[in-house]
Design a binder for this molecule. Structure first.
Ligand code: CP
Length: 305
């Protein structure tokens, strides 16, 4: 299956996802035996214009576990020649001369696509813009759902948070829409609801969905509770009680006994640490799955060269 760059979730077909997940399972075994030297001739460049803990570390750890090498700048807005006026396109041309794959996190929507157009090596979108996409996060999210729920068809999934700018929720909605009998609940405070481009895509693909403002109303119906951040400063109405969107021990009582709680992290107040030890709280294993999924993605890209 040809995969040259990873720019957006819509690129992934169900057969490609299944191939990726089979490869991801193999990567779990590779990591359990300490990694491999199979990709020791490969160099990965990580170019991050915005802060990251999980994405950058897991990509870099992935490359190390595959035996490859990493060149990096974590504050590319300060430590690349952008400060001297260099355009992203020229920066990418130069870095692609020095590496076999470029992992890019950028402030602007569309940056990964622009980078891919001039890069001589694969470009991976590691999250871009305020309302763009974060496809590798969505892939690890989907892998986590598949692993925990043992299915992808027929699931009810609640995506909760500031969904208009929620690039992880946006990317995950695209991926979930590929499966049969999926129902999506978009739960957001007024003014922060998922954007019409996603809803048009779901309509076009005949995916069932509901929009709502209350988490409590749908808790007992869903298999996956996927909470993301809400930025209080963006709320249009100051009277909204954001705590009603938070996950705590009371929330657990209203959920299905086999539902799961996910979060792309980092969290602040959205999930009470008292929930962490509940078997339904899978956000830390979700984050760990990022290592295996990103290893699998890198090997897929290298094999398609
Ligand atoms: N989930 C996620 O993208 O986390 P980071 O911003 O820490 O990479």
């Amino acid at each position: 299956m040809q995969l040259k760059h990873i720019i957006e979730s819509q690129q992934f077909t169900v057969p490609l996802l299944m191939e990726l997940f089979e490869r991801t399972r193999q990567m779990e075994k590779v990591v359990a035996r300490g990694g491999t030297r199979d990709y020791e001739d490969k160099i990965m460049a990580t170019l991050f214009y915005k802060p990251s803990t999980r994405t950058r570390f897991s990509f870099e750890a992935s490359m190390h576990r595959l035996g490859g090498k990493v060149i990096t700048t974590e504050r590319a807005n300060e430590f690349s020649s952008e400060v001297r006026g260099e355009h992203l396109e020229d920066t990418i041309r130069i870095i692609s001369n020095c590496s076999d794959v470029i992992v890019l996190r950028h402030t602007e929507e569309g940056a990964a696509k622009r980078a891919a157009q001039v890069s001589g090596v694969p470009v991976i979108n590691a999250g871009e813009g305020a309302g763009g996409q974060h496809p590798t996060q969505a892939l690890l999210d989907l892998y986590t759902i598949y692993k925990e729920c043992k299915a992808l068809n027929g699931l009810s999934v609640a995506l909760i948070g500031a969904l208009d700018n929620g690039r992880t929720a946006r990317s995950l909605a695209y991926l979930l829409s590929k499966f049969e009998r999926v129902k999506l609940y978009f739960i957001a405070p007024p003014g922060l609801q998922i954007k019409p481009d996603i809803l048009s895509y779901l309509d076009h693909h005949r995916v069932e969905y509901e929009l709502g403002e209350s988490l409590e109303k749908i808790l007992s119906q869903v298999d996956v509770v996927y909470r993301t951040h809400i930025d209080r400063e963006r709320l249009q109405r100051r009277d909204i009680d954001l705590s009603t969107y938070n996950i705590n021990v009371d929330t657990l009582k209203k959920m299905k006994s086999n539902a799961i709680i996910m979060h792309p992290l980092p969290r602040s107040v959205e999930i009470d640490p008292a929930v962490d030890n509940d078997p339904r709280a899978v956000y830390f294993s979700q984050s760990r799955n990022g290592l295996f999924v990103r290893m699998a993605l890198l090997t897929l890209l290298f094999e398609n060269e």
